[in-house]
Design a protein around this ligand. Sequence first.
Ligand code: DGJ
Length: 721
Amino acid sequence: MQKTLGAALLLLSCTFGFTQQAKQIIIDTRNLALVFSIQPNKKVTQSYLGNKLMSGDYSKISGGGEIYPAAGMEYQFEPAIRMLHADQNPSLELQYVSSSGSRQENNVATTNIVLEDPVYGTEVILHYTSYYNEDVIKAWTEIINREKKAVELTEYASSFLHFNADEYWLTQFHGDWAREMQMVEEKLTNGIKNLESKLGTRTNFYQTLAFFLSLNRPSTETEGEVLAGTLAWTGNFKYTFEIDQRNTLNLRSGINSFASEYFLQPREVFTTPEFIFTFSDHGKGQASRNLHRWARKYGVLNGSEGRMTLLNNWESTGMKFNETRLVELFDEAKNLGVDLFLLDDGWFGNKYPRNDDKAGLGDWIEDSTKLPSGIGYLVKEAEARGIKFGIWLEPEMVNPKSQLYEQHPDWILKLPNRPENYGRNQLVLDLCNPKVEDFVFNTVDRLLTENPGLAFIKWDCNRSMTNQYSPYLKERQTHLFVDYTRAWYKVLQRIRSKYPKLPIMLCSGGGGRTDYGALKYFTEFWPSDNTDALERVYIQWGYSYFFPANTISSHVTDMGKQSLKFRTDVAMMDKLGYDIRVQNLSPGELEFSKEAVKTYKKVSNVIWFGDLYRIESPYESDRAVVMYVNENKSRAILFNYHLNTRRQDIFNRVKLQGLDPAKKYRFEEINLFPGTRSIQPDNDKLLSGDYLMKIGLNLSPGRTNPLTSNIYELTEEGARF
Ligand code: DGJ
């Protein structure tokens, strides 16, 4: 390893990513530095995390907390790692052995730090991948058993970070079905605050695994020091924020070790999921933009590519449809001008037809009553109309009323000696069993090979785990939570090696799975079954902190009773889709919707790939304002939503952000309802970026009726799009 360090030093000195100066290891990006010091006792400590020093001279800072504190000896707080050796000894001492760096591409470098226990040989390798332009760092750990017998891991963090500030403010996002991403910010006090999930599948049902940690004071959109963090793991997670007696905050992130003691065989490597973080000294807005840029390039499948607009049938038909009705809906999709029709739940099951959520799950064969000509026919009928066809699946689950359940009762997670426990009348399959893994893969593979035109999948997961017991794991039940998620990733890897580009929407009864562990394999996610446009302003606002707009599926539906214009404007803020009966639209509404789809297609590149500026928060006002600005600042799209406004509300001018002060922009209201015209006083004017950002716009002229909205386009003078 020492040799690797020498080579890496030659390669990387004076560059970013990994540098070693005397007894320090410096991991940096364009604006950030994470500095570790190797202490005389061979402990490695974190001496600094924050904005990079222009001089690059960190030699005067040398102390700090251990980078991966182990339980069992002197350390008395929540540890990064705890284990029982083969002889049941619970101690661990991690000493520095070596460090090395490697470059994956110009913008990406990884630092590896090897630590070892002098008595038992336990090896821990800490990895930090830094993304220079995006100011994002990804940290994960490998733990290797060097003993002759199995050892037991009872704590195994992905990463451990220390902070020194006067105050710490945590912003978390909790929720429930149809109430995702409720934002709460609180001051942390001495002791421990955990954010966690123990739900197994549908893991983000109650708690999203992304957070902000603001230092010294709550950060705003534009000001303050803030860390944004999230974990690439679609399973139980836990973040522990512990403020010690010296007011240092220790942040442990990783898999939740609850009921998950993990036994490592000799030479076996336990690899943790990645903790992804960025740090901004310009508030949450910059942190989000860093994550969005990183996600599009590195975090999400096909993240820098376009997405399809679609018509889904879940809210308009539920499970009551047949072939004829679907073909009618294809005509509606075509008329609307979207790219794809997405057939939702209810298309399968013969012995136990899927007419409600009580039966059929697991039997992935077309219902011959509803769809006598099969999926292939539907694909062709859709294609004949110039649209693509996609389908809903929930392949990890089973209804007791299914042939799958009858044939493979041992493929299901359930306690052998207790009654079954249902969620939405269903049980979770035992993915730890390789036969189940094959079944799930084959379900998807068969559908795709038998129906080559199938162009989209919505992958659902409608329950969390209860009565967790794997018939396959036998005496290793504590591996269940971890192995389930790993097996799910294995299935997804198999699917992706055969179908690398196919768009797949991640869904879990709404936003029960929203993480970058899954998004490596998915192109977008379903944020919530709550599609009421007013609620969606808040839900989409919440997700926008951590995910780029092209991943956040937003459909126009009939759930909220707002005007079609408001519902459409809200859905256009992210990835536009529809779930309505187009046939029920009035002629004016249809004309509006068809134009809206066209407009969206013209401006979606700015929304999907531009930089997001959240200008006015719905949490602080009766209005929400967001804008996207493209990379060269020649074009921007501005969304303005009046929420439950009151007569007495006073709305100030809105100062835009992210524009080029020296450029002049044509400011124009778009997506107007037929027969209406803009009442915006500055509509169609040429305004400088400087003016727009310093003086701003009156976005609420006249009476601001509740639940009204506007979309504006700003185009650089002379530019053509
Ligand atoms: C839950 C999803 O969130 C919905 O969009 C829909 O697909 C249903 N499941 C179907 O059962």
